[in-house]
Each structure stands twice: as C-alpha cells, then as structure tokens.
Design a protein around this ligand. Structure first.
Ligand SMILES: [Zn+2]
Length: 309
C-alpha cells in the first residue's frame, strides 16, 4: 500500500465512474463486496501460482511482451525473475486473467486481486501493464499506473462513498474501526488506513498498528527504532503535527497500555504539541487482537494557554 501519489481530479473521477458502473452492474451490493461476483461480471479468470508450481507463470511470462522478462524461459529462472522483480500479481489483458501469488498470506489476496481488477478496468493500462513490477516501464509511468489501480481497488472494496459515510456518521473509535473491518471484509490495516484518511480530512487523527506495546509482551523481533508497522496520519494531522516521531508516539501509547493478552489494553487522554508549539488534547485507545495492537488517537480540543501576568 504505502503512500499514494495524488491523482488529478479528472483521473479520479474517471476511475470512480468506472467503479460506479461495475457496482451498478452488480445491483449496488451490500458490503462485503464479493470479488468473485466482479470477476464473473467482467468475465475475468483468476489463477494462483506458487513457488512449488510455477507452470502457470511460465505460460504467462512467455506471453509478456517485455524483453527483460522474456529472457527467463526456464521455470527455475522464472521464479528468480519473480523474486527479482517483486512480482506479486499480474493481469494479462489478452486473456482477461489475473495471476496471484498463492504463497502470500490469504488476507493479502483480496487487495491484490482488487488492484489487478483495477488495472483491467482502465483501458490505458493495457499498454503499460504486463506485469506488476517496477522495471518493465519507466518508473514514473509505472508509479502512476500503480496509484490509479490502488485508487480503483479502494473505491471498489470500500464501495465508493458507502464506507466514508458510515465512518463519519458515528464518533471515531476503535470499536467502529473493528466493526467496519468485519462489515466490509477488508483487512484491519487497510480499514484503519481508510478510516483515518476519511474521518480525518479536517480533524487530526492518528492510527497505529504495532506489536503489543507493553514492555513485557513485546516479541523478540520488536524494533524500538521502528515500532510501527503502520503509522497513519490523517491529512489534518500530517499538516499540523508533522514533527511527531513514531517512536515518541509508541512510547506514549505504551505508558497507558496494560499487559492483557487480548482485547482493550487501555485508553488515555494525551497532550500533543503541534508544529507551532501549541498543545492539543487527544483521546487515545488501544486494542490487541492477539496479532496486532491497534491504536487510534482522535483530536479533542486545544489546551487553554496559561499566560503569565
Ligand atoms: Zn499494479
């Protein structure tokens, strides 16, 4: 996922209209969106490849009109090519076929599949997309196509404005993020990203996905210099609190979290200092689902300034 480049209003609108047509074609379904229904509607075929069974990729790769990959014809070398080019998924326009890396955790398939469906819906991608890797086309062109496919995937999986409307209709909380995660069927991290982004356009909100914050529960792999798997700042937060390092935020979160092995770990009001040096009150809460700790921090109000006489 990562940070997307900003698409032009015209491009976003064009892509969104294509997603709208697809969803309309399915009778504007209720969440969670079933990607098999979309594949059926668009007559797209899906196959998985694995390190143990690369035959499907061998067939695909030989069809890709890209010189750098055409070199690799022998199956063992094709796997090297996949690793080298970090191929995680492919869309083959001539076959209307999506190839997914079956070795990736299943929860990642949904986003990758939606991303490839996104490519399939954008006709101008046909010339540039013959495999998801950074080397087949110019980096800039590739980055643009990737951002467009990610935008399409997001609009699809979160049912256009449906998620945003639901996210904004209720006060922001971890409970709401978890509820939307289950309802829309997307991973906790993509849901948190979307939530922070959509609910935090004007209001500073921060989301973090980390190891268990309690010092006695941190795994051996915990990296104190990089404690957040995801450190998500809403647009309003990023503008006003740009100097807030993730290490400080994690330490602050750890200060109120208990050592429970699951469920809510704690909550606290916290004071954060903005880029102008002014102090603001936030409400933080953290939940542990036995894999990830999920933290949400929501802006409450500016702290009263005490001015000495
Ligand atoms: Zn792509």
């Amino acid at each position: 996922m990562g940070k997307n480049r900003i698409l032009s209003a015209k491009t976003s609108q064009d892509i969104d209209q294509r997603i709208e047509r697809v969803l309309k074609g399915l009778g504007n379904p209720e969440p969670p969106l079933r990607l098999e229904d979309i594949r059926h509607l668009l007559k797209i075929d899906r196959r998985f490849y694995t390190a143990k069974d690369p035959s499907i990729v061998k067939e695909a790769i030989s069809r890709i009109r890209v010189a750098t990959i055409q070199v690799y014809q022998r199956p063992t070398l094709i796997l090297d090519a996949i690793k080298k080019f970090s191929l995680k998924a492919l869309y083959l326009p001539d076959r209307k076929r999506i190839l997914l890396d079956g070795d990736l955790p299943e929860k990642k398939h949904r986003w990758n599949e939606a991303h490839e469906i996104g490519h399939s819906l954008l006709p101008w991608h046909e010339d540039v997309m013959h495999g998801d890797n950074a080397h087949t086309v110019s980096a800039d062109c590739h980055e643009q196509a990737e951002a467009e496919a990610n935008f399409a995937a997001g609009r699809m999986l979160f049912l256009r404005n449906r998620f945003t409307d639901e996210a904004r209709a209720t006060p922001a909380s971890i409970a709401l993020v978890r509820q939307l995660h289950l309802k829309f069927g997307n991973t906790l991290s993509t849901t948190l990203y979307r939530f922070v982004e959509m609910s935090g356009q004007d209001r500073p909100i921060i989301g973090m996905i980390t190891d268990h914050p309690h010092v006695s529960k941190r795994p051996a792999s915990h990296d104190p210099a990089k404690p957040c798997r995801h450190f998500i700042q809403s647009p309003a937060f990023a503008t006003r609190f740009s100097r807030m390092p993730e290490t400080d935020m994690f330490t602050a979160v750890a200060s109120y979290c208990g050592a429970q092995s699951g469920g809510p770990l704690g909550r606290s009001e916290m004071i954060l200092t903005d880029d102008n040096g002014d102090q603001h009150r936030f409400y933080f809460e953290t939940f542990y689902n036995r894999y990830d700790a999920l933290t949400l921090g929501v802006y409450l109000k500016a702290e009263a300034r005490i001015i000495a006489a």
